[in-house]
Design a binder for this molecule. Structure first.
Ligand code: EPU
Length: 419
């Protein structure tokens, strides 16, 4: 099993180019199935979630080529509407194939998505919205079958903002008769990107970036070339590594417009941040300052995917900080690992809040990644800590980072990946 080995203490200096966005590309790959033809996607990151999604596309009958940057999906002919269980349990985003296959094949067989280490993550809002579009859904504890002889446009009112449910309904609505209106739609950049991609494909969508999206169903779709934007969480990860260790890092090809809350939050720690077009320069001259209250929120608020990373940064502050997690109910598994590194963190409010009493230091330890972002956050903590750390369960990190060890080494970190 691969693991990261890190000797902390080096400040990070240098420049990096940011990889393509995981959460933008995964639903776009599913959306390629809407069109009986060719879709070319560029700036695709070579991460394990993308590789698993390629296997799903192939299992459904699409042909896929991928050279590490550009992916060509030929979905002219599909041979199956069954998403193999082995992939559904590996990646949550496989749920977006429900909307794509309902639109394209009018039926889909899948299984219940597996549990995840950041919370329960039910899909009840997805299924309720499909039913409103006229789909029939049968499910038991293991399996899920959805069928829609005809999809009809409808007014969907989500109870709360959900990225995945919004994406799923966007896809199904492209094939529904009439104009579907999605109220309380998620506004995350990845939802916007899916809309832009669908527009390039020929779909008619309005309200992009707002909480009310309208989709005109039945538009003729066409072959498309689309370049996905860079990953705002990967960019945020490397900025956190800079802020935790001190130093100066310049990011190229950064999605600056999508990162405003992250940049504002990092500035609260004393980091000097300047942006120019798609470049971010971040300099940290001292220990990070504590943040009295940080709260995760839906976009454009501070993203839940940056929460573990900021937790690692705030362990290196001198003083007390607190973080409130409002999106997922189980996203503090990292605390136990950071405690092994000497962090003084208390979990409160039924696992929703942490108080971090930082003393400006961490010590290297043998720790384990419990999910993707927690794994990256442990790498940030280990780079700032005194001494050697190992981070096991690297496969979680490989889900979303093309080459975290190579990138951080390029910035001067003492880090390597051991197979
Ligand atoms: N929720 C429900 N019922 C539903 C759908 C969602 O109760 O039917 C709840 C969830 O349990 C959660 C909240 O609503 O408490 C928000 O979940 P959302 O549906 O927005 O999340 P998601 O679509 O499952 C995506 C990203 C996550 C990211 C969240 C929030 C992808 C593949 N995943 O998940 O990314 O944290 O949005 O921004 O796009 C990651 O990249 O590490 C990651 C976990």
């Amino acid at each position: 099993m691969s693991k990261l080995q890190i000797t902390g203490g080096n400040s990070l200096f240098g420049e990096l180019e940011v990889q393509g966005s995981k959460n933008a590309v995964l639903p776009i790959m599913a959306a390629a199935l809407l069109h009986k033809g060719i879709t070319v996607i560029q700036n695709v990151p070579c991460i394990s979630d993308v590789l698993v999604t390629i296997e799903i596309l192939k299992a459904l009958g699409a042909s896929v080529t991928f050279d590490g940057y550009q992916m060509v999906i030929d979905a002219s002919v599909l041979t199956s509407c069954k998403i193999p269980a082995e992939y559904v349990t590996q990646i949550r985003s496989s749920v977006i194939f429900l909307g794509a296959l309902l639109a394209r094949c009018k039926e889909v067989y899948t299984c219940q998505p597996g549990g995840c280490s950041i919370g329960k993550r039910p899909i009840n809002w997805h299924l309720e919205a499909f039913r409103k579009l006229g789909a029939e859904i049968m499910e038991d504890e293991e399996n899920l079958y959805a069928k829609a002889t005809n999809l009809y446009a409808s007014e969907i009112h989500f109870a709360c903002s959900s990225v995945g449910a919004t994406e799923n309904i966007l896809l199904a609505a492209t094939a529904a008769r009439g104009v579907t209106v999605i109220h309380q739609a998620a506004r995350e950049p990845e939802v916007m990107e899916l809309c832009w991609f669908l527009q390039t494909m020929g779909a008619e969508i309005t309200g992009i970036g707002s909480p009310c999206l309208t989709v005109k169903g039945g538009c003729k779709l066409k072959d498309t070339v689309y370049c996905v934007s860079s990953d705002r969480i990967v960019a945020g990860t490397y900025l956190c590594a800079c802020v935790a260790t001190g130093g100066k890092v310049i990011l190229r090809k950064a999605p600056v417009a999508f990162m405003q809350s992250t940049l504002r939050t990092l500035a609260l720690t004393g980091a000097e941040i300047t942006t120019y077009e798609d470049n971010i320069c971040c300099m940290q001259r001292q220990h990070p300052l504590p943040i009295a209250e940080l709260c995760t929120q839906v976009y454009p608020g501070f993203p839940t995917d940056m929460q573990s990373l900021m937790l690692a940064v705030l362990c290196m502050a001198e003083g007390t900080s607190s973080i409130y997690e409002r999106i997922f109910e189980g996203r503090f598994a990292i605390v136990e690992q950071l405690q092994k590194m000497g962090a003084d963190i208390e979990v409160l409010n039924n696992n929703r809040k942490v108080v971090i009493r930082g003393n400006g230091a961490l010590t290297g330890a043998a720790v384990k990644a419990s999910d993707l972002r927690a794994g990256a956050a442990l790498a940030v903590a280990a780079l700032a800590a005194k001494g050697e750390s190992t981070i096991e369960q690297y496969h979680y990190i490989a889900r979303g980072y093309v080459a975290i060890a190579k990138d951080l080494k390029q910035l001067g970190g003492n880090i390597c990946l051991i197979d």
